[in-house]
Write a protein that binds this ligand. Structure first.
Ligand code: GCU
Length: 660
């Protein structure tokens, strides 16, 4: 399969002069990362500045210096870029930091139309910046919307040009950890930790390492049984502990660049410690002990809930389950365990409150998990730029302390002073030529990396950078594509499920409107819609979910008056006639937003149409086709949702629009 270069497709930037006197690069360190850093710089300067740079062993005689210097303030992954006596210096305390500095410089060369703004000084905000691929060994991707896997095919591990191209892309935005296989580890994937795949995994991890990326694998908790032939996977049993210890010794001897493991246990049918009456802490710590000698990490997912719950029962609440399961274990996890928490208590819906596990766990390492694979947000057939959503999540005040209490503070380690924390995204890539199916979905991949490295960046800034790197500096393209991106998440929210209620998608494949269609609720009652109103009562008189937050958040959500309106139906049952702050009734709000959302897509499509001839025609057509589908599909959403609630409420639209 052919593949494109995405935002690393350089074009000549004639507006820039050279920033150095001599066309040579000197690196004061050697090795695979140094080699890539020099090469990346050579490619970029040649293609952007038309300047061919040689490598030199003489520091004084070189134009660009890559300087590894211990104990720099910017740390091992941060960098400084500055000019001195006709030389350009990229300095870092670590090899990866130099590479990130090179990519930063490259970005500046792509995006500047005047002199570069120097000096630059950056540290990496989140210590871990990871992509989680849900790729299966047969080549399929769970929730994959851009082709098949480029890590696996027909039950084999693939290592080829694309592996390197992927590593480049990931490193260019600061990704430093990659989980290559699905969290649902089944069948042959269980064997990834066996000798069978050692050669390929070693090759892959060497490529990753040369771009500052550590390889991670998802683990099957029942591997001692499925792979080792034991009769139990009980984490407290000596023979199980020994099996894992030996397994890890064997693995780390072969793969020294292994960062660690991601584990989905006791969730959606996956095995875990519950089978043996043990806790998540027992399970995670047992594995953590086994990887400790190798500085390995165990990333344990908090996406644990009972998917068999009876939704007609008004007291059980899936939203509660992450906190109910993990809060009692706060403080019991070893230091090389990180709990990976989905941004919301449900499952990557277009709007959810932030999980109360953020701020709820005071003595536990945590990582934020978001999903750039657009499972519930249009599956990369709709444009939905998610960085504004991630910014809101990061900015949420948990009130876990007086200062440094936001999700951003927690995942960057500022709140607890810890280092084992960060951000992970369920990846949106596949072997499609353009990597992400929808060309504009690449902005989420780019954006996630950039945001996790530099959490202070604004969503608009990231969009501009991505557009500039991808399409060049044309003002019209910049303005219009940014508009499309920034309109897209609000538009998607408007024409799909209202005010935080979630789901309303077809069961199992999660695409397209189906109000009663959530697969784990065969009674179609999760939204609690009846002829008078809708929404889930999650305050103190309901499921008590709101009380899982710290004050003042708990009271804010508990009270209908203070609950943020975009989450009103998530937290409360509301009559259709209830008046919102805009003065509109709930039902009128639903009708209006659904009409508006579909109109927004018309506008987005028109903006794109007007770029014909300006962006490469292949890209133009691909995006135009998808926007054409989105236009139709958003109308289908509008009509299904509006007619459903019209039939339930029998309240007509004040504007007498046609509701099908
Ligand atoms: C969602 C998704 C599943 C996935 C799960 C998870 O439920 O639909 O495909 O396995 O999340 O995050 O583990």
């Amino acid at each position: 399969m052919e593949f494109e270069k995405a935002w690393l497709s350089y074009r000549r930037n004639p507006q820039l002069g050279l920033l150095w006197k001599k066309n040579s690069i000197h690196s004061n360190f050697q090795g695979a990362i140094a080699k890539n850093a020099v090469q990346e710089l050579q490619t970029a300067t040649l293609e952007i500045l038309d300047c061919s740079m040689t490598e030199s062993s003489c520091q004084e005689e070189s134009g660009v210096l890559l300087l590894l210097e211990e104990n720099r303030e910017v740390g091992k992954e941060g960098y400084e870029i500055c000019q001195k006596d006709g030389q350009l210096l990229i300095i870092s305390g670590g090899e990866a930091g130099i590479l990130y500095g090179v990519f930063h410089l490259t970005r500046m060369l792509q995006c500047s139309n005047k002199e570069l703004e120097l000096p630059v000084k950056k540290t990496a905000d989140s210590p871990l910046r990871m992509l989680n691929h849900w790729d299966n060994m047969d080549g399929s991707i769970e929730r994959g919307y851009s082709g098949e896997s480029f890590f696996f095919q027909k039950n084999e591990v693939l290592v080829n040009d694309r592996t390197r191209a992927y590593a480049r892309l990931a490193a260019s935005v600061g990704i430093n950890g990659v989980v290559i296989n699905n969290v649902n580890v089944k069948d042959r994937a269980t064997w990834l930790i066996d000798k069978m795949f050692q050669k390929e995994l070693k090759e892959m991890s060497d490529i990753f390492a040369s771009y500052g990326i550590r390889l991670f694998l998802s683990l099957n908790f029942a591997a001692p049984m499925e792979l080792g032939g034991l009769d139990s996977a009980d984490p407290c049993k000596e023979e199980v502990k020994t099996w894992w210890k030996e397994k890890m010794k064997e693995l780390y001897t072969r793969l020294p660049n292994l960062g660690g493991f991601l584990v989905k246990a006791d969730s959606e049918g996956r095995p875990g410690p519950f089978t043996y009456g043990r806790t998540h802490a027992d399970g995670a710590n047992m594995l953590a002990e086994a990887v400790k000698p190798y500085n390995g990490l165990i990333i344990w997912r908090c996406f644990v809930y009972n998917c068999q719950q009876d939704w007609r029962d008004r007291k059980t609440d899936r939203a509660r389950s992450g906190y109910d399961n993990f809060k009692p274990l706060d403080g019991q996890f070893l230091d090389n365990v990180i709990l990976q928490v989905k941004n919301g208590p449900m499952d990557f819906q277009v709007r959810e409150p932030v999980s109360p596990l953020f701020g709820g766990m005071e003595h536990t390492n945590e990582m934020l998990e978001v999903q750039i694979a657009q499972e519930y947000t249009g599956q990369q057939r709709h444009v939905c730029y998610l960085i504004p959503m991630f910014k809101e999540i990061l900015g949420f005040h948990t009130h876990c302390s007086e200062k440094l209490d936001t999700v951003e503070d927690i995942v960057t380690g500022r709140t607890m002073g810890n280092h084992n924390c960060g951000m992970a995204a369920v990846a949106n890539t596949g072997n499609d030529e353009n990597w992400t199916g929808h060309d504009l979905a690449a902005a989420n991949l780019y954006g996630f990396g950039r945001l996790s490295f530099d959490t202070s960046l604004r969503a608009e800034e990231i969009a501009q950078e991505w557009i500039c790197c991808t399409f060049g500096q044309d003002e019209e393209i910049l303005e219009k594509v940014e508009k499309i991106l920034m309109m897209s998440w609000p538009a998607y929210e408007k024409y799909t499920s209202p005010l935080g209620i979630g789901w309303m998608v077809n069961p199992s494949y999660h695409y397209g409107p189906n109000v009663d269609g959530y697969e784990y609720d065969r009674w179609g009652t999760y939204h609690r819609a009846d002829h008078l109103g809708m929404g889930v009562e999650r305050g103190h008189e309901g499921t008590g979910y709101a009380q899982q937050y710290r004050e003042p958040n708990a009271s804010m959500y508990d009270n209908i008056e203070t609950c943020p309106e975009e989450l009103l139906l998530f937290f409360h049952y509301i009559p259709y006639t209830y008046e919102l702050k805009t003065g509109k009734t709930l039902i009128q709000h639903i009708y209006d937003t659904h009409f508006e959302g579909a109109e927004d897509v018309e506008k987005m499509a028109a903006l794109w149409d007007s770029l014909e001839g300006k962006v490469p025609s292949k890209v133009f057509q691909r995006v135009q086709k998808r926007l054409g589908h989105q236009k139709e599909h958003s109308k289908e959403w509008r009509d299904q949702i509006n007619s459903y609630f019209y039939r339930k409420s029998m309240i007509p639209d004040e504007q007498n629009r046609k509701i099908y």
